[in-house]
Write a protein that binds this ligand. Structure first.
Ligand code: ZN
Length: 420
């Protein structure tokens, strides 16, 4: 994952353009992707695909000919989606086009202007304060013209048509935690899922923020009802708490599964209710779709000091944090794959386990007491309403033992799968 992030870091991405294409090409080294190109002007829900943006170069030179700001040193220096400019100007004329963060004077901010035509440079506040009266040459060598919006998709068919959606944004330039960590973890997870037997079908989306999700929803409205579990994710590279924002439904299966996994994970985690602000769960959970899609991150956006600045770089993230994040996803998928509801076919009184040989299954085990408890929990809560994850939550028992108990009870004809 760190290797992929190192390769992706220098690329200047945006919501459209060759940076997105290059990014998807690098992801394709690990997993096959279907690449979609949607032309400028296409109506998508209430939006329209914007012009495509590409950048070759951008700098500010002082009157001695020295480049004082150079896009080639750090792509955050350009206001993302800047229109082309070639002009000379005074400091007073340049000033409204310079962006900095006074509270973090040594850092370069990340700023965009996707839907309002503008141009500008992002610099540290220290540098801004040091600028002298002079005649500056401003060069922004960009194209903003008809083209396409590009996104990548991987669909993995499972035994069921019901789907698990995993979506991450790919539109940020040289920023590691927000969004390269999400790309890396989703790619690795997809790579693992490719090789596994899948009960559910899986759909991985690598899309530009907001407009990408809106575009995908516009093109996949029919069929979006197959999504039974969904996670929008990013911010997975810092060793910090996990944060889960529930879907708009609030008590969807995915909500219960993630809450269960995080509550049993070592270290602190935080669960928050849905708010219509944040990442692309805003689109998936818009009332016309209201899909069971939550948002899983570590420390949330805006809550770490390096957020959307030049300090969100390779030094900020760690392989350990990425691996832990991937492990949480693995555990969530384990629960999703085992997520079934059963009905007890002998609900009046406890069925006699001994005469069905179920005690033989547990006799010699050192966890026989736990196994017996697992039988009782599964039998009692197999009422069609409680899933195996719900039974884990109620009993405090591990998924592995609850699943095994359910498997054995089903074999003996005591429970059957319930599908509504
Ligand atoms: Zn961001």
């Amino acid at each position: 994952m760190i290797e992929l992030i190192r390769e992706l870091y220098p690329i200047c991405r945006s919501i459209t353009g060759n940076g997105v294409r290059e990014t998807l090409k690098l992801i394709e080294k690990n997993i096959p992707l279907q690449i979609h190109e949607i032309p400028t002007g296409t109506k998508v829900l209430d939006w329209e695909i914007p012009k495509e943006w590409n950048i070759r170069d951008a700098y500010i030179k002082d009157s001695s000919g020295q480049k004082i700001v150079d896009f080639r040193n750090l792509n955050l220096h350009i206001l993302n989606y800047s229109i082309p400019v070639h002009a000379t100007m005074s400091l007073a004329e340049l000033h409204p086009h310079l962006f900095s963060i006074p509270e973090k004077p040594s850092l370069v901010p990340y700023r965009t202007s996707y839907y309002t035509e503008n141009w500008g440079f992002c610099i540290s506040h220290d540098q801004l304060n040091d600028l002298k009266e002079d005649t500056y040459e401003v060069v922004i060598d960009t194209d903003l013209s008809d083209g396409n919006l590009t996104y990548g998709e991987l669909y993995l068919e499972g035994d069921l048509r019901d789907e698990v959606l995993i979506s991450t944004h790919i539109c940020h330039p040289s920023l590691c935690n927000d969004n390269l960590s999400g790309i890396a973890v989703c790619s690795s997870l997809a790579q693992e899922m490719l090789k596994k037997h899948r009960n559910y079908s899986y759909r991985f989306l690598f899309i530009p923020g907001t407009i990408g999700a809106i575009t995908w929803l516009a093109r996949n409205e029919t069929g979006s009802n197959l999504i039974k579990y969904g996670l929008v994710t990013s911010l997975l590279g810092i060793d910090s708490i996990f944060t889960y924002k529930r879907s708009r439904q609030g008590n969807a299966r995915i909500d219960r599964i993630v809450e269960h996994v995080l509550s049993n994970w070592p270290g602190k985690s935080e669960i928050i209710n849905f708010i219509p602000y944040g990442y692309d769960e805003r689109q998936f959970c818009s009332p016309g779709f209201n899909l069971p899609v939550g948002n899983l991150t570590r420390i949330p956006f805006g809550e770490y000091p390096e957020y959307h600045t030049s300090a969100d770089n390779l030094e900020l993230i760690s392989a350990k944090a990425l691996n832990d994040s991937l492990a949480v996803f693995r555990k969530i998928i384990e629960h999703i794959e085992a997520d079934r509801n059963y009905v007890n076919l002998f609900p009046k009184g406890e069925p006699q386990l001994g005469k069905r040989g179920l005690y033989d299954n547990i006799g010699g085990r050192n966890d026989s007491k736990t196994m017996q408890l697992a039988f009782l929990w599964v039998l009692n809560y197999s009422d069609g309403k409680h899933s195996l994850t719900d039974i884990c939550m109620l009993s405090g028992l591990e998924l592995a033992i609850i699943s095994e108990a359910a498997y054995l009870l089903k074999q003996k004809g005591l429970i059957e799968e319930y599908r509504n």
